[in-house]
Design a protein around this ligand. Structure first.
Ligand SMILES: *Cc1c(COP(=O)(O)O)cnc(C)c1O
Length: 376
């Protein structure tokens, strides 16, 4: 690849101190009920960078890490991260041998998956560390209740398999009080009783971020917060979390346009009076959803300003009224919102999605990612 100039064209800045503080809050909540914290760093750390987030989370008090797939988990091992590490969603053609060799805990949802893990254990001579997953109502991954008694018996009978934990995932923990939460907790308790009857003594984990924040009775041995690690709050109540990701660019051109002139493809916005426009070189190829056209603000020179006309692939246009920002002035697309600027949550609300999708969508080849903090 050619030598790249590190310009601040499309820049994601990740505040590792914010991640450490967010995890400190979550792990203090968990510790209050005797639970440890598994920080979830799947999808490249929700778009923030898995290895960097993992190190910051461990400094904040996490003792486990969670990744979606074995490839993600192996990348963390390759980055030198040697703490307990769990990965839970593999394809039928995945070989579990590298997981066992790297000391990665794997999830098992079915007898067939158990057989494949046991086979890898026999081939490698390494004991497999398994977390059995019960489907308590999300109807996604996990063993259905009717197959669970056979699965726990089969797992208990496998000579090379250690059942470290049993676990499940909640469907609506972000709506505290939703009756599905208690229903899933009851099914989880029933499944635990069956595991004990089969002679197993597994750790238990169930809580995502929302349940870590709102349901201390469901913390069990380990909590699995993801989104809150990154400072995005999944529950209605206020929590002292700081969004870790800021997305910014800069002003590359300004121009005065006369009343009656229109802006960007389709000329969808027309100036009602003379105004100064600032050109910002980011667009939908950099993670600004085109569907935000006409309803997007940026933070520029200490205030919110509207983006006019359509968001293009590579650029957008900000209305600065009678202000004339200097070339190179920083433009914040979203960030902490602490001064009143836009947030990933605001983007999500405006286009009908969740902030999870906004931040995980920011890992793009054209977007430069830098880190601040993370020393202590
Ligand atoms: C993503 C995920 C989490 C974390 O969920 P958040 O809502 O981001 O806290 C926990 N467990 C599993 C199985 C997940 O897939």
């Amino acid at each position: 690849m050619t030598e790249q100039q590190h310009t601040n064209r499309a820049l994601v800045t990740v505040d590792l101190d914010a991640i450490r503080r967010n995890v400190a809050l979550l792990s203090a909540r968990a510790a209050a009920s005797g639970a440890e914290t598994m920080a979830i760093v799947k999808a490249d750390g929700y778009g923030h960078g898995a290895a960097e987030v993992a190190r910051a989370a461990l400094r904040g008090g996490a003792t486990w890490l969670g990744a979606c797939s074995l490839n993600e988990a192996l990348d963390l091992r390759a980055a030198g991260i040697d703490v307990p590490l769990f990965s839970w969603l593999e394809t039928p053609d995945t070989d579990f041998a590298p997981a066992l060799e790297a000391g990665i805990d794997v999830s098992v949802s079915s007898a067939a998956e158990l057989a494949r893990v046991a086979d890898a254990a026999a081939r490698t001579g390494r004991r497999a560390r398994v977390h059995l997953k019960i489907d308590t109502g999300l109807s996604r991954n996990g063993c259905p209740a009717d197959l669970w008694p056979a699965l726990v018996k089969a797992a208990a009978a496998e000579p090379d398999v250690d059942v470290i934990a049993m676990w499940s995932h909640l469907a609506a923990a972000d709506e505290p009080g939703d009756p599905s939460i208690d229903r899933q907790a009851e099914r989880f308790a029933d499944a635990y009783a069956l595991a004990r009857e089969a002679g197993l003594n597994p750790l238990r984990h169930l809580a995502n971020s929302a349940a870590t924040l709102t349901r201390s009775d469901l913390h069990f041995d380990l909590v699995r917060p993801g989104i809150a690690v990154y400072g995005l709050n999944p529950v209605p109540q206020h929590e002292e979390l700081t969004p870790a990701m800021t997305f910014s660019s800069q002003v590359v051109l300004t121009k005065r346009v006369a009343a009656g002139e229109s802006v960007s493809y389709g000329l969808t916005w027309t100036a009602s009076e003379d105004t100064t426009l600032a050109l910002v070189p980011v667009g939908y190829a950099d993670g600004v959803p085109r569907t935000l056209s006409g309803r997007l603000d940026v933070w520029l020179d200490g205030r919110r300003r509207p983006v006019r006309g359509r968001v293009c692939m590579d650029q957008l246009v900000v209305d600065c009224g009678d202000d004339e920002p200097a070339l190179g002035t920083e433009v914040v697309l979203f960030g902490t919102g602490s001064e009143g600027g836009p947030t990933a949550r605001e983007w999500a609300d405006r286009i009908g999605t969740i902030d999870y999708e906004i931040v995980t969508g920011m890992y793009r080849p054209r977007v430069r990612r830098v880190y601040t903090g993370g020393e202590s």
